[in-house]
Design a binder for this molecule. Sequence first.
Ligand code: SF4
Length: 226
Amino acid sequence: MVSLDELNQTIVACERCPRLIAHCRQVALEKRRAYRDQAYWGRPVPGLGDPQARVLMVGLAPGAHGANRTGRMFTGDGSGDFLIPTLYRAGFASQPTSTHSGDGLVYKDLYLAAAAHCAPPDNKPSGQEIANCRPYLVEHLRLLCEVSVILALGRIGFEAVLAALVESGVPLPAPRPAFAHGAEQRVGRYVLVASYHPSRQNTQTGRRTADMLDAVLARVKTIAGS
Ligand code: SF4
């Protein structure tokens, strides 16, 4: 039986998806001009958070110049800039900013995992790449014994959670849970809650607001008894 630390070490060393590994390394070599003096992480990004968390949040994948640069999920890109203040307001994060891995941010009652742990080109992992990464989500579900609420960010994260639950031996209810912002369904011992993904594409248009995410997080907190 592996521990969370061992699982995350395995993730960081993973090379199951050659396309994604090549992309992470290429981005780390080329860099964005604004970060040219920084050493990029350039590898799979591990899960992180409170090992006793009652809430597991599952995102899509690291951002090329965000987590693939900083080595920490939702750190250093537009998604994180939008998400972390909402997590802070909900009491899941110790501070409202997430800029680099040594900035002191600590998660409380929350753990972060992803459908894919490597930054994909155009933010789109293939179905096969998500399937390659699924065993890590299954293992996170197994190791995070206190989790009672799973918050899936975006449709891809939502589908990744459903597939991981099935692979974990959790039967899905009928009708099959469908993705919609704010939707919640009991699946086995979990309550699965869906939210839009806080990517720039979603939040810049104004159709997806911080208030909408605040409301979902308040609901998650209530269900989890946080
Ligand atoms: S996406 Fe997941 S399975 Fe694929 S190389 Fe990265 S860590 Fe490994």
